[in-house]
Each structure stands twice: as structure tokens, then as C-alpha cells.
Ligand binder design. Structure first.
Ligand code: HEM
Length: 502
């Protein structure tokens, strides 16, 4: 199947020995392979490694330099994706994340990239600020539900931005629909590693035959398909009549692009994107942007709770920038205009993405053609993982990389260590996350509002002792921190009032 795998005079990048026929199928750990890939990089003294799974070449990139050389500088050759058959069965067919290198990929990439540039994201600030304040006000009333309420926040933001629907404050049906779909997609496991990804024809196996455990993901994908379709259709159907009537009040991806579509149609002009393309792209915003933004916020909260000194420093900075009255209470809620001055908060957000990159081995790319790099052969069709975890924990750049320390980014000129902002958590090259500015803006406004108004404390038992909690992450398309407890209380009566006023 992979003729170029054998036809070579140069060696493949190094890696541990595999087994006959199945190669490294059982050698690569199923859970959190990023750690083992990092260790192998050290064992083989190489930032590029190779493996094969059932004959398919796999390349793992462990350093930022190699990622730049291959995924950025030779971007066109590394812009493909492997086929994600299981996700196709689920119904994620016209979703940018899973599209192969093709004209359709380029169309979707253009649509999404243009829509979420640094400056295009400003259009969506009012939605982000409104939802952030709404979520923290809800936490004020139901502090024990903080985790779910923050999930509602990130899901509501991407649904509103994608489809322009008006999300209800509590129990919104679309938010529920999107969360169910996110969970179901997450349960699909590590992308590209199910039995149907390896043997695509098995997707047609009749359900009665698919009784073995290895076929569970297939059964799961078939069950989930209808809900994924619904997530594309229901919010679209709700907004379409409003856009047609020119009555869609909120800006959204759908309003911009479907509005343009209708305009062209009215003038008998051709449309580059079909309705299916636009639905798929709006759906991609919701699946790629909800869970990831939420998880980033949760990781930040975890670290702010575990490090009260960091939390106090971030709050002191907010107080200084926002202004406080004679009693030490903040004068107003934070806005996007404060962001440039909130350097410590910005470093805390960067440190959050560095400390626990949410897609630790990235979303795999694939090579379009054979390549040669530093004397190694990289076959056409190789699946390429950019090990973001290895890059953001690289001791050559980061002192005590497991430590959460926002101060590591203070420039040398200001007496700091001048460690670089992380690269890798949002991927690389022509596949780099098109939603990164939107995501970081959402994380910023949520954390700024939360820290300005609330204290995050570790829970204590009835004797007042701090309850010890372990920190762990799920596997899958993006790692989500496992549930932990956090006590969230208003910093003052004034903070409470500001939140209630909105
Ligand atoms: C903190 C939050 C986020 C993180 C950590 C994140 C991370 C990533 C990563 C690692 C990739 C794969 C890049 C690669 O293959 O090299 C990706 C792709 C993508 N992200 Fe994000 N993302 C986040 C938020 C968002 C948001 C809010 C959107 C909404 C527009 C979004 C839309 C996408 C899309 C559509 C892709 C697929 C790009 C492609 O395949 O060409 N992401 N993201």
C-alpha cells in the first residue's frame, strides 16, 4: 500500500524496534504516547523519530526546530491529513480538521482563516464578554456547578459565533446538543487509531457481526452519527429564515457567509462554497472551539487554585489596571481594552497552554510526497505527529518545565529569564489552528472577569485540612482535565454587585 516505504536508499529516522507485520502497533502506548515519544527522542538522541503501524509510516517530531523546518517551511508537503475513517463514520465529513489536502480543504481553510484573524475576531468581542459575565454571574448563584457553567460559556460562544443563534441563559437545547456531540466525539479515542482507521473497509461491517470489543468504536460512531448531523442542521435551520429575511441581529460566521451566498444567488452569480460546505465550516467552529477553550480555562483555574501566590499576583495586576476604590474594591468589570496592560495575566494564559497542551501530540498531518531531511527518508503518506508536549517541556528552552511559572516569560532586559512563548499548542504550518486568536480572546475575558471578581480556593475537609487532589487528563482528540473541586467565592460585596448588574 505504501510503495515509497521500501524504495529508499536513505535510512528512516530512528526509533525503537517494532514487531513483524504489525510494526509498532503494540509498542506505541495507547495512553498519553507523548511522554514515551519524548523519552524515545532522548534515548535515540534525535528530535525526529519514525515508526510503522501495520506498514503505515509514522513520523514524530519532538522539537520546535524540526517542526519549523518541516511543517512550516515545507508546509505544502506536510499539509495533508491521514484519513480519519471513524470520524467519517460519525459524520464529520465536511469538517476542516479532517479534510484531506484538496481544493475543498483549501476552500474551507480560506473561509475559516479569514473569519478569525486577529482583527476579524474583534467583531465577536461583545459575544465573548456577554457570555463571560453571564457565566460568572451564574457561578455566583451556583458555585458548585462552576465546571459545567464554564463549559456552557465556551460552547455558547462558539455556537453563537458559528451559527448566530441566540443562546438561552439556562438549559439551552443547542448548548446541550453541542456538549453531547463533543463528548461523543471525544469518546472516539485517539484519532486514526481505531480498527476501522486501519482497515477502512470494516466500516461496512454489518452491526450484527461487530460484536467484538475492537469494534466498539465503530458501533459508537454509528450511534453518534445522528446527533452530529443534528448539530449541523438544527442551529442552521433556526437561523436560516432570519438571514433570508435580513433579520439576523448578531454577527456570525453563518450570517457573513450564508448572507453572501444568498446575495450571489440573487444576482445569478456562482458561489464557491455550497450550503453543505458552509454548514460543515460552521459545525467545525463549534466542535473545534468549544471543548478546547473550556479545557484551557479549566487548566488555568487548576493552576491558579493550586498556586495562591500566582492568583494573588494576577488579581493585584487586575486591581491596578481596572482601578480600585478606597475600600480596595474594583471599580468596574474588565474589558478587552485592558488586555494590553495585563501582562501577568497574558503570561499566565501562555503558561497554561505550555504546561498542558491540549492536543499533546497535535492533530496528525500527512506527507503529500517523499521527502529527505538531515539524511533521513520521509516516505510519502507518512502520518506526522508534532509532539507539542515534548516541545513545551523541552529543557533546552524551559527551566523546570513541569513547574507552572508565568514569570518565566519576563524578558531578560527586565531581569527575567526571557523564555519563549510556547509554540506547538495550536499546531503548525498550513494546518495551524485558525481559531487561536478567538480562543485566546475568550480565555482572556473569562479569566480576567473571574479573577477580578472571585477567589479560587482549594476545598477543605470538615477539620479544615486541604483536600489533596490528583491532576489527570483524558485521552483522545483533545485532553480534558479530569474533574476536580474548586471553591469559588466573590472577592467582595462590590464584586458581587458588579456581576449582578452585568
Ligand atoms: C485553546 C483553544 C484551542 C486549542 C488549544 C486549539 C488547538 C488546535 C490544534 C492543535 C489544531 C491542529 C493544528 C495542526 O494540525 O497543526 C487545531 C486545528 C483547528 N482548530 Fe483549534 N484550537 C483551539 C480553539 C479553536 C477555536 C476557538 C476554533 C474556532 C474557530 C478552532 C478551530 C480549529 C479548526 C477548524 C482546526 C482545523 C484546521 C485544519 O485542519 O486546517 N480552534 N486547533
Amino acid at each position: 500500500i505504501y510503495p515509497h516505504f521500501k524504495k529508499r536508499d536513505l535510512p528512516l529516522p530512528p526509533g525503537p524496534p517494532g514487531e513483524p507485520i504489525i510494526g509498532h502497533l503494540r509498542v506505541i502506548p495507547q495512553d498519553h504516547p507523548e511522554h514515551q515519544y519524548t523519552q524515545w527522542g532522548k534515548d535515540y538522541k534525535s528530535d525526529i523519530l519514525s515508526f510503522n503501524v501495520l506498514g503505515r509510516p509514522i513520523v514524530v517530531v519532538n522539537s520546535i526546530e524540526v517542526a519549523h523546518d518541516l511543517l512550516d517551511k515545507r508546509g505544502a508537503n506536510y499539509a495533508d491529513r491521514p484519513r480519519f475513517v471513524l470520524f467519517e463514520v460519525m459524520g464529520w465529513g465536511v469538517t476542516l480538521t479532517f479534510l484531506r489536502w484538496s481544493p475543498q480543504f483549501r476552500l474551507h481553510r480560506k473561509l475559516l482563516q479569514q473569519s478569525f484573524t486577529q482583527s476579524a475576531c474583534k467583531t465577536y468581542r461583545p459575544i465573548q464578554i456577554e457570555e463571560a459575565r453571564r457565566a460568572i454571574k451564574a457561578i455566583l448563584h451556583q458555585p458548585e456547578k462552576w465546571e459545567g457553567l464554564l463549559r456552557n460559556f465556551s460552547t455558547a460562544v462558539v455556537l453563537r459565533i458559528g451559527f448566530g443563534i441566540d443562546v438561552q441563559e439556562q438549559n439551552d437545547p443547542y448548548v446541550k446538543m453541542a456538549i453531547d456531540v463533543e463528548e461523543a466525539t471525544g469518546e472516539g479515542g485517539v484519532p486514526g487509531f481505531s480498527i476501522v482507521d486501519m482497515f477502512p473497509l470494516l466500516r461496512y461491517l454489518p452491526s450484527v457481526c461487530a460484536v467484538l470489543d475492537i469494534f466498539k468504536p465503530l458501533a459508537h460512531a454509528r450511534r453518534t452519527k445522528a446527533s452530529i448531523q443534528r448539530l449541523h442542521d438544527a442551529p442552521w435551520d433556526a437561523t436560516e429564515p432570519l438571514i433570508r429575511a435580513g433579520k439576523a441581529t448578531f454577527p456570525s460566521f453563518m450570517r457573513t457567509h450564508f448572507g453572501r451566498y444568498l446575495e450571489n444567488e440573487g444576482k445569478n452569480m456562482p458561489n464557491e462554497a455550497t450550503v453543505a460546505d458552509l454548514k460543515g465550516a460552521a459545525g467545525a467552529i463549534s466542535i473545534a472551539g468549544g471543548n478546547t477553550t473550556w479545557s484551557t480555562i479549566i487548566v488555568a483555574i487548576l493552576n491558579l487554585m493550586l498556586n495562591p501566590d500566582i492568583q494573588a499576583k494576577a488579581q493585584a495586576e487586575l486591581d491596578r489596571v481596572i482601578g480600585i476604590d478606597e475600600k480596595g474594591d474594583i471599580l468596574r468589570l474588565p474589558t478587552f481594552e485592558d488586555r494590553a496592560e495585563l501582562k501577568y495575566l497574558e503570561h499566565t494564559i501562555q503558561e497554561t497552554t505550555r504546561w498542558a497542551p491540549l492536543s499533546p501530540v497535535g492533530v496528525p498531518h500527512a506527507t503529500v510526497e517523499d521527502d529527505t531531511y538531515k539524511g533521513y527518508h520521509i516516505p510519502k503518506g507518512s502520518v506526522v505527529f508534532a509532539n507539542a508536549w515534548a516541545m513545551t517541556h523541552d529543557e533546552r528552552y524551559y527551566s523546570s518545565p513541569d513547574e507552572f511559572n508565568p514569570d518565566r516569560y519576563i524578558p531578560i532586559a527586565e531581569g527575567g529569564k526571557g523564555e519563549p512563548f510556547p509554540e506547538g499548542p495550536f499546531g503548525f504550518g498550513r494546518r495551524v489552528c485558525p481559531g487561536q486568536h478567538l480562543a485566546l480572546a475568550g480565555v482572556y475575558i473569562l479569566l480576567a472577569t473571574l479573577l477580578a471578581t472571585m477567589d479560587l480556593k482549594r476545598p477543605v475537609d470538615k477539620d479544615g485540612n486541604i483536600i489533596k487532589q490528583t491532576v489527570s487528563f483524558t485521552n483522545g482528540l483533545s485532553g480534558v482535565p479530569d474533574t476536580f473541586q474548586c471553591v469559588i467565592k466573590p472577592r467582595s460585596e462590590k464584586a458581587r454587585e458588579l456581576l449582578i448588574q452585568g
